[in-house]
Design a protein around this ligand. Sequence first.
Ligand SMILES: CC(C)(COP(=O)(O)OP(=O)(O)OC[C@H]1O[C@@H](n2cnc3c(N)ncnc32)[C@H](O)[C@@H]1OP(=O)(O)O)[C@@H](O)C(=O)NCCC(=O)NCCS
Length: 164
Amino acid sequence: MPTELATERFILTRETLADAAWLADLFTARGGGTVTEAEARSRVAAMHELTSAHGIGAYVLRPRAGGAPAGYAAIIIGRGTVEEPEIAYELLADAHGNGYATEAASAVLPAAFATGRRQVWATIRPWNAASLRVLDKLGGFHRIRATSDEQGQLLWFACERPAG
Ligand SMILES: CC(C)(COP(=O)(O)OP(=O)(O)OC[C@H]1O[C@@H](n2cnc3c(N)ncnc32)[C@H](O)[C@@H]1OP(=O)(O)O)[C@@H](O)C(=O)NCCC(=O)NCCS
């Protein structure tokens, strides 16, 4: 995938170690415990390794107008595979509700298909209405199955590379 993508309101670029502070806040906001800046730096390094090895990874939403990053949109292995990876998006709370995730994911998804990959997955908890709505607005995803784990139900969606 390219090193940079552009949308109406954002330049999407790779994570850097300088992003670790706000990424630590973002990861901590998931509610699974405090993620330190050092841990966030390790995750950035792991993301760089994924990108080096397989060409996929995370893009930071950097506002064209300047100011702090809003979050990230990514193509990761996640619950998929290198060949059929997963789309992910996560924004800081202040940035929710502006169409940012949909805007960024709308650039990241075709870039994943442009690598030759034929299918991209999304896995979402049924309570996550905002994330489900983003997928709906992206279009092309259809529900494949539901599974359960220790956190409850998980919905699996897939999107095939558009023809042409
Ligand atoms: C999911 C997330 C990335 C969405 O980001 P966002 O930029 O606010 O998304 P968008 O503005 O592009 O679209 C959100 C849509 O969900 C809708 N929505 C938000 N909360 C909702 C709710 N509780 N019930 C129903 N719809 C809701 C919004 O109205 C919007 O739809 P609309 O454009 O038709 O009005 C953001 O909420 C987030 O970071 N959540 C925490 C991390 C996460 O859950 N990531 C996904 C893991 S699968």
